[in-house]
Design a binder for this molecule. Structure first.
Ligand SMILES: Nc1nc2c(c(=O)[nH]1)N[C@H]1C(S)=C(S)[C@@H](COP(=O)(O)O)O[C@H]1N2
Ligand SMILES: [Mo]
Length: 167
């Protein structure tokens, strides 16, 4: 009997361990003049961006979701708030942003992608999806590059950090 209870408790624990931690704030650090931390309330005080509708497509080609809208702040505006620490114009070509989630999932964007292509117009750090604040299993803060052909991979749930680096 004791063994059965132990196995049950272990099984329940395994099931409950979703392999993520909710992200309640994001930190911008690295090559910036001001390292900043932003929670949902603070993001809501920044320039507001609402996307159009979009599918979320996995690298496999499978459509994982169909989203009506995301609401949040453009990645570009968040980086601007932290202000890049750049010594010469040439350096911009070498600047990248590493975005990191609480479960260790990560992706990179280049400076030019975010600030100097149309893609950047739709890279959003969001706290609302389909008009509702993100549930724990979705965030509370996440990021997506909506116009990626397969936009599942650079959809970062539980976004925790944005680190500015230079190659
Ligand atoms: N933090 C984190 N974000 C992640 C993943 C992950 O494992 N961890 N998986 C990605 C993959 S492979 C896909 S296809 C999409 C799926 O998004 P959805 O769960 O909103 O449908 O999330 C992406 N975001
Ligand atoms: Mo995926």
């Amino acid at each position: 009997m004791k063994k059965i209870v132990l196995v049950l408790v272990l099984a329940i624990n395994l099931f409950a361990n979703d392999n993520y931690k909710i992200s309640t704030e994001i930190e911008v650090s690295g090559l910036v003049k001001n390292s900043i931390k932003l929670n949902v309330k603070e993001l809501e005080k920044m320039s507001y961006f609402k996307s159009g509708s979009t599918p979320v497509i996995c690298i496999s080609g499978e459509t994982k979701d169909n989203v009506e809208s995301y609401e949040g702040v453009l990645l570009r505006d968040i980086i601007d708030k932290a202000t890049l620490k750049i010594n010469s114009r040439k350096e911009y070509n070498n600047i990248y942003f590493k975005v990191i989630a609480t479960d260790g999932y990560e992706a990179i964007f280049s400076y030019n992608e975010v600030f100097n292509t149309k893609l950047g117009d739709n890279i959003i750090v969001f706290y609302k999806k389909n008009g509702n604040y993100l549930e724990d299993y979705q965030g509370k803060i996440a990021l997506i590059s909506i116009d990626d052909i397969k936009n599942g991979p650079r959809h970062i749930k539980w976004l925790k950090k944005i680190v500015v680096g230079k190659i």
